[in-house]
Design a protein around this ligand. Structure first.
Ligand SMILES: NC(=O)c1ccc[n+]([C@@H]2O[C@H](COP(=O)([O-])OP(=O)(O)OC[C@H]3O[C@@H](n4cnc5c(N)ncnc54)[C@H](OP(=O)(O)O)[C@@H]3O)[C@@H](O)[C@H]2O)c1
Length: 260
């Protein structure tokens, strides 16, 4: 499906899924606002999008900088689609999750999403509806980890659950004023984030396929865009187990390693 949004803003576009989303949105006539922290990788993604014909405005900044994010998003002009994609992950390696790691994951994956979505919603409320009657769409990249309290990644699972629930709940009220929210819940995607995982990753998919499914779900108006279905079903099933049974099952699988 060809993405049809003219004005798109994506955080974490310098790598993995964010870069694939940017490329999938790139076309002549589209303006892409792309952010990341690594200037060289961000510029590489921007150049690839320009080569397809998009106008690209890159911004090197951290999603954890609330003032900088508000300034960037507030000054972007019309925004049809904002994708709060930037995120970090780390596990426990089977030990206690270090406090600094837990704080960093919450700061990026929850506060960073709020720093993206809240100014975007403010900006969209003040803009006219598009041809589809929607003023703007905010897609929050959560994960299928949102549905499982995995002992090997406490902070990661908790942050993804928080933003998935926040986006879905907010959509119910924001759609009354023409703003839509989408909770994106991918399974395993082949990106630098998953490259070091030593455990099995069933139904691992390429970032291009994940981007295609993400944008197709948003275009269909789905509040929750969860894929692929076998991993989703497994996540829902595992999430429904008792904590004790879940902990026992996870104790038999290698945990994701700690941040280095
Ligand atoms: N890969 C998976 O299997 C999977 C599955 C479900 C959900 N997700 C989610 O998908 C999103 C993208 O992950 P990915 O797999 O594409 O990982 P990735 O390749 O590591 O990319 C992460 C992106 O987030 C950016 N980022 C991290 N911290 C940031 C910060 N403080 N400020 C601004 N940008 C920041 C990075 O930018 P720099 O590199 O420039 O710092 C990078 O562009 C994440 O939210 C992740 O949790 C991934």
């Amino acid at each position: 499906m060809q993405a049809a949004w003219d004005h798109v803003l994506i955080t974490g576009a310098s790598s993995g899924l964010g870069r694939a989303l940017a490329l999938a949105c790139a076309r002549p006539g589209a303006t892409l606002h792309l952010s990341g922290r690594d200037a060289a990788r961000l510029e590489d993604a921007a150049a690839a999008c320009r080569a397809i014909g998009a106008e690209v405005r890159p911004a090197v900044l951290s999603v954890t900088d609330a003032a900088a994010m508000a300034g960037w998003i507030g000054g972007a002009g019309r925004l049809d689609l904002v994708i709060a994609n930037a995120g970090i992950s780390a596990g426990t390696g089977g030990a206690t999750e270090p406090a600094a790691q837990a704080r960093a994951i919450f700061e990026t994956n929850v506060t960073g999403v709020l720093n993206t979505a809240l100014p975007a919603i403010d900006a969209m409320a003040a803009q006219a509806p598009g041809a589809d009657g929607v003023r703007g769409r905010v897609a929050v990249v959560a994960s299928l980890a949102a549905f499982v309290a995995a002992p090997g990644a406490p902070a990661y699972c908790a942050t993804k659950s928080a933003v998935q629930r926040w986006a879905e709940a907010l959509d119910a009220t924001e759609r009354a004023r023409g703003i839509r929210l989408h909770a994106i819940c991918p399974g395993y995607v082949r990106t630098p984030m998953t490259a070091a995982n030593a455990f099995p990753m069933p139904f691992l998919m390429d970032a291009e396929e994940a981007a295609r499914r993400t944008l197709a779900g948003i275009a269909r108006g789905q509040v929750r865009v969860a894929y692929p279905w076998p991993t989703y079903a497994m996540a829902r099933l595992t999430g429904a187990l008792t904590p004790a049974l879940r902990a026992w099952i996870f104790s038999r699988v290698a945990a994701k390693g700690q941040a280095r």
